[in-house]
Write a protein that binds this ligand. Structure first.
Ligand code: E4P
Length: 218
C-alpha cells in the first residue's frame, strides 16, 4: 500500500519524506488556503516546490468546473512536472475531462467520491486514482471503510486499473482498516503516519533495555 501525505505544508512533507516511507502527496484548495497559498503564480510555484521535495505522484486540484476550463487548467498543471496528477472533482464535466486527460497521457485523481457508482464512473473514464473520502462519510454516520472495500471488490471483478486512493483518512485505525480491505493508497496527515510508530510496550520495553544496558556501564 502506498502512503501519500495529505497537506500543502512543506515542513510536514519534508518530514514524511525523510522518514523514507512517502510515495506521494495530495493537496486540495482548502489545504493550500490553510498554508496561505493564494493566486495563480503562488499556487503554481508551491506545486513546483512540492515536486522538488518528493519523487512521487503529486495531486494538484483544478478549480474550474466547466469542461474546457478544467482541461486548460489541468494541462497547465501537468506541464509543471511529470509527477503532477491532475485532481478533478466527480462532476459531469470532470468525468469528461478525466477521459480527455487519460486519452492524452495525463494522470488524474478523481476526487470527492462518496459512492461505489461514482467510483465505477471514474474507472470507466480512465482515472489513474479514485479518491473516496473515508472520514467525511464516517462524519455523517456512514461506513467509509465499507465503501473502500466495496470499490476494491468491484475494481477487482473487472480488472480496472484505477487505483483506490483512500482519502480523508483521519487516524491510525482508518489507515490499518484501509490496508485490511486492500486500498492501493492512503492519503493522510503527517500525524497519522507518525502515529503508526506508537505503542506503549515499545516505549516501556526500550526504556528497560536501555536501563539494563546502562547497568553494565555503571
Ligand atoms: C484528499 O484528497 C482530500 O483532499 C482529503 O483527504 C480530505 O480530507 P478531510 O476530509 O480530512 O478534509
Amino acid at each position: 500500500m502506498k502512503f501519500f501525505i495529505d497537506t500543502a505544508n512543506l515542513k510536514d512533507i519534508q518530514e514524511a519524506y525523510d522518514l523514507g516511507v512517502l510515495d506521494g502527496v495530495t493537496t486540495n484548495p482548502s489545504l493550500m488556503a490553510k498554508e496561505g497559498i493564494f493566486g495563480h503564480d503562488n499556487v503554481m510555484a508551491h506545486y513546483k516546490q512540492i515536486c522538488e521535495i518528493v519523487d512521487g505522484d503529486i495531486s494538484a486540484e483544478v478549480i474550474a468546473t466547466d469542461y474546457n476550463e478544467i482541461v486548460r487548467e489541468g494541462e497547465a498543471l501537468a506541464e509543471l512536472h511529470p509527477n503532477i496528477v491532475v485532481k478533478v472533482p466527480m462532476i459531469r464535466d470532470g468525468i469528461k475531462a478525466i477521459h480527455h486527460f487519460s486519452a492524452n497521457g495525463i494522470k488524474t485523481n478523481c476526487t470527492l467520491v462518496f459512492s461505489a457508482g461514482q467510483a465505477i464512473l471514474a474507472a470507466k473514464a480512465g482515472a489513474t486514482y479514485v479518491s473516496p473520502f473515508v472520514g467525511r462519510l464516517d462524519d455523517i454516520s456512514t461506513d467509509g471503510i465499507q465503501l473502500i472495500e466495496q470499490i476494491v471488490n468491484i475494481y477487482g471483478n473487472y480488472g480496472y486499473q484505477t487505483q483506490v486512493l483512500a482519502a480523508s483518512v483521519r487516524h491510525v485505525m482508518h489507515l490499518v482498516q484501509c490496508a485490511e480491505v486492500g486500498a492501493d493508497v492512503v492519503t493522510c496527515p503527517l500525524s497519522v503516519i507518525t502515529g503508526l510508530l506508537k505503542h506503549p510496550l515499545t516505549d516501556s520495553g526500550l526504556k528497560t533495555f536501555l536501563a539494563d544496558h546502562a547497568k553494565g556501564n555503571a
